[in-house]
Design a protein around this ligand. Structure first.
Ligand code: OXD
Ligand code: MN
Length: 595
């Protein structure tokens, strides 16, 4: 319980508005988690997996209309529309509050209102933030216990301090005597709403992932990016890894990649080069602040993984597979006849028969996928065999390099180094990716996703770039080096040119040695590429031609990208930082000379 007056008053006010049958303060205990699971089993939301296959693990099936983040229903309600910028949906905050208040009135009838205190970052860390989520979903309670530090210890540390209020409802009240459905949600009205000035989050109608676990994308990225802008730090959609070379030297690296582009795989990589070690600090979000030594220190504010299941296997991510052996909540995976989960590419052989993510019989000859492409696992970080002990360090770890990447079949080489922070900010601003299933919409189209923050930046993207440039001018800053990487280049025939996964350590090795000052690079119009012979290729199964292609500067392709980026920048008008336009035009000129 709490003596926090703001929290008590807010819970009272929400109770009056949402009219739940009861209020339950979550303590974060195992018994409470078990009770949530029990509730989900009873309501048909979850089913147990065979404990001999996957102890203490459950499969949840969502409503087919509630399977991914809904970006078109996600709003940044700043006082001024320009403050949200052209890449965010904006509504007037007062009008939005009126609309939401209508929707939330009576929306929890027949349900329990759970009060979920959570900490993003180690409890009591000077750089952690406390949120309190009010939700009517047991799935959310159970998931938040895995994904965050949650419960009474958070209230104890909070005392009468401030917190971010996060209000959530599945938006489906139950009238007396009405049977609940297995996955309550609101098919017609979904709203994921952020009020950056008052630092509030209201989410209505969805029970899935980033729409509903409000600590992750809503607080730790959209609201935190605004706080970070105001306070001079960075809240980023980045993994954090610790890389150790065979002599025991260490560099910490952050990487921004759009959703479902392999951040979890990279963060847990089993390196293909002998003697190199990757340990995980985070797989999705990094909060970075300057230390007294002028370096940027990154902290993972989360406590678990909400990872994309399809594509995860013993080759792509053996450490994730080990993380998933027990105590896991799976959502929208397929079910095997012997009571385990399955998803596309989990095994070399397709199972003969399954129950698909909708609960329908599935056979091999059917063309449809058995798991939903955005099927997820929710597992505690502490179960990951390569979790670095420093992931709990309340001050974070000093970052030597930042990677920006995306899924680009063409143009972008395997790796290139930025000349300086400004050039690196420019490279981050131009990244794009072929669309994946993490958000609703058509898969495959190229979309610009600056710094992988397009769906997660809580304010005007141009102002965000200005903030990055300001970070670069921090007095006494010892800034990380910045790299653009691309594991997804394809040949004209459509095959991947680079094997990826554990082999990506070859690229990390070059970056590591650049940080040490021992690896050589060549200047090109697009940035610095590994000099001849500097990328470790011993034992690598890639032809000379493919390697050359991977490290080739595609002048015409880049020139086309310059034109596309000029257009992309246009939408930001005079909020666009002139430095990035200068970088773009200089790139165009350098490329034109090479034509
Ligand atoms: C995620 C996402 O769930 O980026 O991490 O969509
Ligand atoms: Mn993500």
């Amino acid at each position: 319980m709490t003596k926090n007056a703001k929290l008590e008053a807010w819970v009272k006010q929400v109770r009056a508005m949402c009219q739940p049958d009861r209020v339950r303060w979550c303590d974060g205990s195992q018994a409470e988690y078990d009770e949530m699971i029990h509730l989900m089993l009873r309501s048909g939301t979850a089913q147990p997996l065979d404990p001999r296959k996957r102890p203490n693990s459950y499969l949840v099936r969502s409503d087919p209309g509630d399977v991914a983040r809904v970006e078109d229903r996600t709003f940044i309600c700043s006082e001024d529309e320009q403050a949200a910028g052209p890449t965010n949906n904006w509504r007037d905050p007062a009008e939005m509050k009126v609309a939401l208040t209508k929707l939330f009135t009576g929306c929890m009838r027949g349900r329990t209102l759970y009060v979920i205190p959570f900490s993003m970052g180690p409890i009591g860390s000077p750089i952690a933030y406390t949120g309190v989520q009010l939700s009517d979903s047991p799935y959310v309670v159970a998931s938040m216990r895995i994904m965050t530090r949650m419960g009474q210890p958070v209230l104890d540390a909070l005392g009468d301090g401030d917190f971010v209020p996060c209000l959530h409802s599945v938006g489906m009240p139950l009238s007396p005597g009405k049977m609940d459905v297995a996955w309550p949600c609101n098919a017609d009205d979904k709203y994921i709403v952020h009020f950056p000035e008052t630092r509030e989050i209201w989410s209505f109608g969805s029970g899935y992932g980033g729409n509903a676990l409000l600590g992750k994308k809503c607080l730790a990225l959209r609201i935190a990016s605004v706080i970070a802008r105001d306070e001079g730090w960075l809240a980023e959609h980045m993994l954090i890894l610790k890389l150790t070379n065979p002599s025991g030297q260490v560099h910490y690296i952050c990487g921004a990649f759009p959703s479902a582009c392999g951040k979890t795989n990279l963060a847990m990589m089993r390196p293909a080069l002998p003697g190199w070690r990757v340990e995980t600090i985070g797989d999705d979000i990094a909060w970075m602040r300057f230390g007294d030594d002028g370096r940027l220190y990154a902290m993972n504010p989360e406590a678990g993984f909400f990872g994309v299941a399809p594509g995860t296997n013993e080759t792509s991510n053996p450490n994730a597979m080990a993380t998933l052996r027990e105590n896991v909540l799976f959502t929208n995976c397929a079910l095997t006849p012997d009571g385990d989960v399955w998803w596309e590419d989990m095994t070399n052989e397709l199972p003969e028969r399954l129950t698909d993510w909708r609960g329908q019989p599935w056979t091999r000859d059917l063309k449809a996928s058995a798991a939903h492409p955005n099927a997820r696992f929710t597992a505690s970080a502490s179960q990951c065999p390569v979790m670095s002990p420093e992931w709990q360090n309340p001050h974070g770890v000093p970052i030597s390099a930042i990677l920006f990447g995306g899924r680009r079949a063409t143009v972008v080489p395997l790796v290139q180094e930025a000349r300086d922070w400004k050039h690196g900010t420019f490279l981050g601003s131009i990244i794009g990716s072929e669309k994946t299933a993490a958000a609703a919409g058509k898969v495959g189209d190229l979309r610009r996703d600056p710094m992988a923050m397009l769906p997660f930046c809580g304010y005007n993207m141009a102002d965000y770039w200005s903030h990055w440039l300001r970070i670069g001018r921090h007095p006494g800053a010892q800034l990380p080096r910045i790299y653009l990487v691309n594991w997804f280049r394809k040949s004209a025939g459509g095959d991947f040119l680079w094997p990826g996964f554990g082999e990506n350590v070859r690229v990390l090795k070059w970056i590591f040695e650049r940080c040490e000052g021992t690896a050589k690079a060549v200047e090109t119009p697009i940035g610095r590429l590994p000099a001849e012979g500097e990328l470790e290729v011993t034992g690598l199964d890639v032809s000379r031609e493919n390697l050359a292609e991977l490290l080739h500067v595609d002048t015409e392709g880049w020139l086309a990208d310059v034109v596309a980026m000029r257009e992309y920048y246009e939408q930001f008008g005079d909020r666009m930082p002139p430095e990035l336009r200068v970088e773009l035009e200089a790139l165009g000129q350098r490329l034109s000379v090479c034509r």
